[in-house]
Design a protein. Structure first.
Length: 170
């Protein structure tokens, strides 16, 4: 455990930050600038690993995927496999159609709000699934979270495109 944190989906953000900065202080390459080359290399490798661990853990989806991997589970749809959840695929298709049809910021904001609410619900359900040790359910929820986060990103891009078009028309 690079950051010496408990294996938990419900990880306090402030605790993560504190652990990250403490680990970085310990292994920051600047502290090893006058040390022999092997020690400098080790410090650099440790600092890189700490940065990577932090990036994974600060992302809710990354954290969930990491916990699943530690438990020997994979997320469906990963590694090029086909997603076989018709409800998820239909939901994503409907929201993408709504985004494509959106002609103003209010229509895009509606999709963004729905996506944010869905993400919040998925995060809550993920916490419950991990607390219950239900890795199969957690994996399915991570897949849903992946789709909905992509949709939220598309909505942000659509909003920016509409805003740019409105400025250009003014």
């Amino acid at each position: 455990m690079r950051l010496a944190l408990p294996r938990s989906f419900a990880l306090d953000g402030a605790l993560l930050e504190k652990a990250y900065f403490a680990a970085q202080r310990q292994f920051h390459p600047d502290r090893f600038a006058t040390r022999p080359a092997p020690e400098r290399l080790e410090a650099l490798q440790q600092a890189t690993a700490i940065n990577e661990a932090y990036e994974v853990l600060k992302s809710l989806r990354g954290r969930a995927e990491h916990l699943l991997a530690l438990a020997g589970h994979t997320v469906p749809g990963g590694n090029g496999t086909t997603v076989s959840d018709p409800a998820l695929l239909m939901e994503a298709l409907e929201w993408r159609e709504a985004l494509a049809d959106a002609e103003d910021a209010a229509a895009v904001d509606l999709v963004r709000t729905e996506a944010r609410e869905r993400i919040d619900g998925l995060v809550k359900d993920l916490g419950s699934a991990f607390d219950a040790g239900d890795h199969r359910r957690a994996a399915a929820l991570v897949l849903s979270l992946t789709y909905i986060e992509k949709l939220a990103d598309e909505a942000r891009r659509r909003a920016a495109t509409l805003a740019q078009a409105k400025r250009a028309a003014s």
